[in-house]
Design a protein around this ligand. Structure first.
Ligand SMILES: C[S@@+](CC[C@H](N)C(=O)[O-])C[C@H]1O[C@@H](n2cnc3c(N)ncnc32)[C@H](O)[C@@H]1O
Length: 203
């Protein structure tokens, strides 16, 4: 099954805390007008964006009512990143935060081509992903072990592998930042870095 069931959606929506990585997205996307957030989940970040056109999609139907509450100014739709239901070149920005690691390689490549298709030339693709660093701190190493101790059914790539996949789909890297997010029990105040990589669609 693609996407998440109702129980997982409910647990994620309750546990999805605001983080410095969210602030980073809001800063980078200030002034962008036509934004698609794919894999929006509860749309915590989209709820903070101001854009004249904001579209939030998720493959898991159970997220859609939550997203509509958190991002009331947006249009919320059920959609698979592999087959985006939009015309060519309608967005100036696509945001994908902690979603693309759920796609196996062939679907990832198709989803990136789809993102390229729906973006205007020189449009922005902002990718946020976990566990992409190759120089973990002791805290991050421990967090990563704890996160994956029961195995890994996700496809996490290194920053260089993301650049390669995006490059093949028609994007060039503009900049990369490493904002933190909270990990585990908030009372522990443990933080790990996310990769925030901004790419531009080639002409
Ligand atoms: C970790 S959540 C991230 C949600 C949101 N972007 C955020 O930052 O809170 C992962 C998202 O990926 C979606 N997802 C899971 N498996 C998927 C798949 N195979 N194809 C597309 N989306 C998937 C889920 O529905 C969920 O919204």
């Amino acid at each position: 099954m693609k996407g998440w069931n109702r129980e997982k959606v409910a647990a994620y929506s309750v546990g999805r805390l605001p983080s410095p990585a969210d602030d980073c997205v809001v800063d980078i996307l200030r002034g962008r007008e036509h934004i698609l957030e794919m894999g929006c989940g509860p749309a915590v970040v989209s709820g903070r964006l101001s854009a004249s056109q904001l579209v939030c999609t998720d493959i898991s139907e159970a997220f859609l009512p939550v997203a509509r509450v958190n991002a009331p100014a947006s249009t919320v739709l059920c959609a698979d990143p592999v087959t985006l239901p939009f015309r060519d070149g309608v967005f100036d920005t696509v945001l994908a935060m902690a979603v693309l690691h759920h796609l196996e390689k062939s679907n990832l490549d198709t989803a990136l081509q789809e993102s390229c298709r729906v973006l205007k030339p020189r449009g922005w693709f902002l990718l946020l992903e976990d566990w992409s660093f190759t120089d973990p701190s002791p805290t991050e190493l421990e967090a990563k072990k704890a996160r994956f101790e029961k195995g890994q059914d996700e496809f996490h790539l290194t920053w260089a592998e993301w650049d390669s996949a995006l490059g093949s789909a028609g994007f060039d890297l503009l900049k990369r930042q490493w904002p933190e997010r909270l990990f585990g029990d908030p009372s522990e105040k443990r933080r790990v870095r996310m990769m925030a990589a901004l790419y531009s669609r080639r002409l």
